[in-house]
Design a binder for this molecule. Structure first.
Ligand code: COA
Length: 271
């Protein structure tokens, strides 16, 4: 049919930080975090675990599973908002680490949804040229971009990377369709400044520094509705019902949002 995933890989930093560990630095509790989010612990990068290191390890796993070598890759796309440098891209560092000499490489910024956008992008390349082999990666070391004094936000995020190799295969299976939308009007609910401007004319007022700022409660309300709309819109495009879907793989860290989605879509927890 078309674009398929030939292999996947993932990588987590070594250090595991539990909710109990956070009790030591924040006014919070394991009970609060677990009951509000379902989260018990997160991984946090240490020395030698920059975003590109995690991304490279994830890519190696995906190459292994696909039975491929790095020199067979045509394109590398990394979805990230937390590379250790703005330029060159995280993808260029991955290319260097892997020795993927034939590939061109770049990053995309779609924040939490980045991996999905990379997947869609990869599909479009393969539809244009089925011989292409594309490495897509979602990688973050968001611990470097947290305000560790903001208990509303820092408890939710962690570090890690996931990778997939995309290629073309004849047969029944393959990428079918996508349904994306954005709402820039809501930028103020979840944002991160860059470093302050060296051009005084371009300085943004109230720049608190390059860390994530979030209005969790508002995001929560928006996320449940937006995720439902995204799924329903896609089903409508394909003229199918949720009953013919075997598995829903959401990107969302809060178990309460997921439970809400399960109810709205009227699907079983197993799905
Ligand atoms: C962030 C989130 C967990 C907060 O849960 P919530 O149930 O909405 O909690 P609220 O923001 O209503 O806060 C309730 C109270 O708990 C307090 N609180 C917030 N964080 C806390 C923490 N870590 N520990 C203890 N108390 C905390 C708040 O200060 C507030 O106290 P107040 O009532 O005295 O003001 C939740 O809103 C969420 O997950 N939102 C979605 C986030 C998301 O999806 N982000 C995008 C990532 S891709």
């Amino acid at each position: 049919m078309g674009t398929v995933i030939l292999g996947t890989g993932s990588c987590l930093p070594v250090k595991r930080v539990s909710n109990h560990d956070l009790e030591g630095i924040l006014d919070t509790s394991d009970e609060w975090i677990q009951s509000r989010t379902g989260i018990k612990a997160r991984r946090i990068s240490g020395k030698g675990e920059q975003t590109y290191n995690l991304a490279t390890e994830a890519a190696r796993g995906a190459l292994d599973m696909a039975g491929m070598t790095a020199d067979q890759l045509d394109i590398i796309v990394v979805a990230t908002i937390s590379s250790h440098m703005l330029m060159p891209s995280c993808a260029c560092f991955v290319q260097k680490e892997l020795g993927a000499t034939k590939a061109f490489a770049y990053d995309i910024n779609a924040a939490c949804s980045g991996f999905l956008y990379a997947l869609d992008l990869g599909d479009k390349y393969i539809r244009a040229d089925p011989t292409k082999k594309i490495l897509i990666i979602g990688a973050e070391a968001l611990s470097a971009r947290m305000n560790w004094a903001d208990r509303n936000t820092c408890i939710l995020f962690g570090d890690g990377a996931g990778a997939a190799i995309l290629g073309h295969q004849q047969g029944e299976s393959g990428y079918i369709n996508s349904n994306f939308f954005s709402d820039g009007n809501l930028w103020h609910l979840l944002y991160m400044h860059t470093a302050t401007s060296n051009n005084a004319e371009l300085c943004v007022e109230d720049n608190p520094g390059a860390h994530v700022v979030m209005e969790g409660r508002e995001i929560f309300k928006y996320a449940v509705k937006a995720m439902e709309d995204a799924v329903r819109g896609l089903l409508l495009k394909e003229k199918i019902t949720i009953d013919s879907v075997n598995l829903v793989i959401p990107h969302q860290e809060n178990i309460r949002i997921l439970n809400n989605l399960i109810e709205r879509l009227e699907i079983t927890k197993e799905k």
